[in-house]
Design a protein around this ligand. Structure first.
Ligand code: NAD
Length: 487
């Protein structure tokens, strides 16, 4: 048995982290977790329901006062130790991630990534200052950033350990305790993060992790003791989350989906633009990323040339076992995802809303038992079609033509989403002009998003609200308290 397989078995047996220890409570049943590379059953994951969530929130509430009162240097030291452990065990975490959700070890280093966020927010522990409000007359008017108490963190399956870094680290740094809920389809990165947090000396109850689906999510969102919920997922689920949160008028931060436009102007460096368009619009995470550039606009003059390059690049992507360091693109997360993506491709083919340029099928041969969809590109996609409008969350790139800057900005913005937007041009003034006009929380010119822990990440429109990263990310987890003392 490989080390990663052993870790998965151990984590599934242990179950949830609730207060002082692990519990394999399965009041919502069990989930059969399959290796995305081979399709083989590798664990029966216990699923939390209302009962386990109630216990986890109780533990988090009980730990709240102690965590808040802990000397700041101790709180920061624990987070720094956690970052050290995440770095130390990065190889294991990458191997685990490959079996958790199929992400190749060559493309994502979840331990290093999460460590960067944990270390960044450890630095905020003693820098989250208040404000004195200038007033007329005597007295003192000041504002304190106060933690909410217990935070609910619904972390995504496409980067469970990374999601813990993005949500849990700032929540803890700000003095909150946390109940995190990874989904059953890829819970192991979040559970491993929790193990390392305990090893780092995090007191029991400060971080609790319950694996589960909709039942656990709703229980967390509706619990009146949870002060705020930070949710990552799809927009339809987000509506359910909002309905649940409405019961107690609970504040939310929502990190939702996207259909990020990627605009290639004729003056761009076409080598860079075409290469990144495929590596990150098709290959990375097999297209299962919220902010990936999946809607590609290419200017008329260079359309044919770019399309030739896209096809060549897609057909040379190294697809295969995510545990192999030579692999760039792995399988999708599970059988249902594979079938859903292939269904979208078949519908697009029969509707004729785009021309299939390459891919479009399930991979066979050595990969037949895994959840592999071939790198797929549709050209001449119609604006307004399903392919151009909706998130596919698979290795499928939609390519559209445009002729003018004004036209492409209007088309890029004609979307319910507004998470990321990308452009390629050598014209510096166009970069600024188009970046200003694009309706997205993040605009990237001539490259890739850095996903720096210091920068705000989040969406416009139906891509959500609230931010992860930087001062914006920690401010999500405090509320301002105004104190006025009469003079
Ligand atoms: P999903 O909406 O189906 O599930 C998200 C989470 O919500 C899971 O933990 C799930 O268990 C939970 N859930 C399901 N029903 C619920 C309910 N009724 N109440 C409360 N919780 C419930 O999303 P998914 O398909 O697992 O993930 C893909 C989506 O997530 C895509 O839209 C993607 O773009 C988005 N995403 C966004 C980001 C970001 O940071 N913006 C990152 C990753 C993924």
């Amino acid at each position: 048995m490989t080390e990663a397989a052993g870790t998965i078995e151990r984590l599934a047996d242990q179950g949830h982290l609730i207060g002082e220890g692990w519990s394999a409570g399965d009041s919502a049943g069990r989930y059969e977790h399959h290796d995305p590379n081979t399709g083989q059953l590798q664990a029966a994951v216990p699923l939390a329901g209302a009962k386990e969530v109630d216990a986890a929130v109780t533990a988090a509430a009980a730990a709240s006062a102690g965590w808040r009162a802990m000397p700041l240097e101790e709180r920061a030291a624990i987070l720094h130790r956690l970052a050290d452990l995440l770095v130390e065990h990065d190889d294991t975490s990458a191997a685990l991630n490959a079996r958790d959700n199929g992400t190749p070890i060559s493309t994502m280093r979840p331990g290093l990534y999460a460590a960067g966020w944990v270390r960044y927010y450890a630095g905020w522990v003693d820098k989250l200052t208040g404000t004195v409000v200038p007033i007329s007359g005597g007295g003192l008017d000041y504002v304190l950033p106060e933690p909410y108490g217990v935070i609910g963190a619904i972390v995504p399956w496409n980067g469970p350990m990374m999601g813990m870094g993005q949500k849990v680290a700032p929540a803890l740094a700000a003095g909150n305790t946390v109940v995190a809920k990874p989904p059953e389809i890829a819970p192991f990165g979040a559970l491993r993060f929790a193990e390392l947090a305990l090893d780092a000396g995090l007191p029991p109850g400060v971080l609790n992790v319950v694996t589960g689906g909709a039942d656990a999510g709703q229980a967390l969102v509706r619990d009146p003791r949870v002060g705020k919920v930070s949710f990552t997922g799809g927009r339809l689920t987000a509506r359910e989350v909002m309905i649940g949160a409405a019961e107690t008028l609970k504040p939310l931060a929502l990190e939702l989906g996207g259909k990020s436009a990627n605009i290639v102007f004729a003056d761009a460096d076409l080598d860079v633009a075409a290469s990144l368009a495929v590596l990150f619009g098709v290959g990375l995470l097999s297209g299962q990323g919220c902010a990936l550039p999946t809607r590609l606009y290419v200017q008329d003059d260079v359309y044919d040339e770019v399309v030739q390059r896209l096809i060549a690049q897609a057909e040379s992507l190294a697809v295969g076992d995510p545990s192999d360091p030579a692999t760039f693109m792995g399988p999708v997360v599970h059988e249902r995802a594979c079938e859903r993506i292939l269904g979208t491709i078949e519908r697009a083919k029969s509707e004729g809303s785009g021309r299939l340029l390459t891919g479009g099928e399930r991979l066979g041969g050595d990969l037949a038992s895994g959840y592999y969809v071939s790198p797929t590109i549709f050209g001449d996609v119609e604006h307004g079609s399903d392919l151009a409008t909706n998130e596919i969350f698979g290795p499928v790139l939609s390519v559209l033509r445009f002729s003018t800057e004004e036209e492409v900005v209007a088309k890029a913005n004609d979307s319910d989403f507004g998470l990321g937007a990308y452009l390629h041009t050598r014209d510096a003034s166009r970069v600024h002009r188009v970046a200003a006009a694009l309706q997205a929380g993040m605009v990237i010119a001539n490259g890739l998003p850095g996903m720096s822990p210091g920068a705000p990440f989040g969406g416009y429109k139906q891509s959500g609200f609230g931010r992860e990263g930087g001062k914006w990310g920690i401010e999500e987890f405090v509320q301002p308290k105004n104190v006025f003392i009469a003079g």
